[in-house]
Design a protein around this ligand. Structure first.
Ligand code: TYD
Length: 223
């Protein structure tokens, strides 16, 4: 008889814009695949056809005057669809799911950055996301000024080279103080949930950060 496959593992990557999350996610996915694991890579906002439409609305700097509550609601709309269409099926099939941002981003950016508070975010997560919790969250931590400078330069390059009708710059236009609050929000989550969240120093070379991430994954998940 075929054995029922065991539930997979859910790993999220978090951090300020420009901390190198996408690079680290690619490196971790490659390392896990090479070790024989089935890996699914995905991201938020987005990750599904509907979610990618919502992402355009959220990140396009042409989206003017979006209220903080509407912004939070759209983040959760994308997430609820992502859970139903991608995350739950992939976990049920036994995959390791690597997700670039999840509800901690909403708590840090909307809860702390936009000052909506943590409680509404955690309540919506219970109602709309069945309180799905990552098995491990890697928080890439670095200096807000340096990360933001990187994110802005990258997005300017992408906007120019692709000559696109939309861009992904809306959040990068926020003030330094906003990103300082976002970072504080993240660090507060890490203090509250030390069993789930590992803070990784992301200020070294990509190789060094990758090494720290591999250690955390081995230690926490024994993969
Ligand atoms: P992302 O594409 O990961 O940006 P980057 O590669 O620059 O880190 O995420 C897009 C933006 O959306 C990012 O500025 C953070 C923001 N965001 C929120 O404000 N709340 C959320 O819940 C999520 C998932 C993202």
């Amino acid at each position: 008889m075929r054995q029922m496959s065991r539930r997979g593992k859910f790993i999220t990557l978090e951090g300020l814009d420009g901390t190198g999350k996408s690079t680290q996610m690619r490196m971790l996915a490659a390392a896990l695949s090479a070790a024989g694991h089935k890996v699914v890579e995905t991201r938020e906002p987005g990750g599904t056809p509907t979610g990618e439409k919502i992402r355009k609305v959220l990140l396009d700097s042409g989206t003017a005057g979006l209220s903080p509550l509407a912004e939070m609601a759209l983040m959760f709309a994308s997430r609820a669809q992502h859970i139903a269409e991608v995350l739950e099926p992939a976990l049920a099939a036994g995959n390791i799911v690597l997700c670039d941002r999840f509800t901690d981003s909403t708590e840090a950016y909307q809860g702390s950055g936009r000052r909506l508070g943590s409680e509404p975010v955690r309540e919506l997560h219970r109602v709309l996301c069945g309180n799905l919790q990552p098995d491990l969250t890697l928080l890439l931590d670095s200096n807000p000024a340096a990360s933001l400078g990187r994110a802005r330069r990258r997005n300017q390059r992408v906007s120019r080279s692709a000559n696109r009708s939309h861009d992904e710059n809306r959040f990068e236009q926020e003030t330094r103080a906003f990103f300082v609050r976002v970072r504080e929000g993240y660090l507060a989550i890490a203090r509250r949930e030390p069993g789930r969240v590992v803070t990784v120093d992301a200020q070294g070379t990509p190789r060094q950060t990758h090494q720290r991430i591999l250690e955390a994954v081995q230690k926490k998940l024994r993969l």
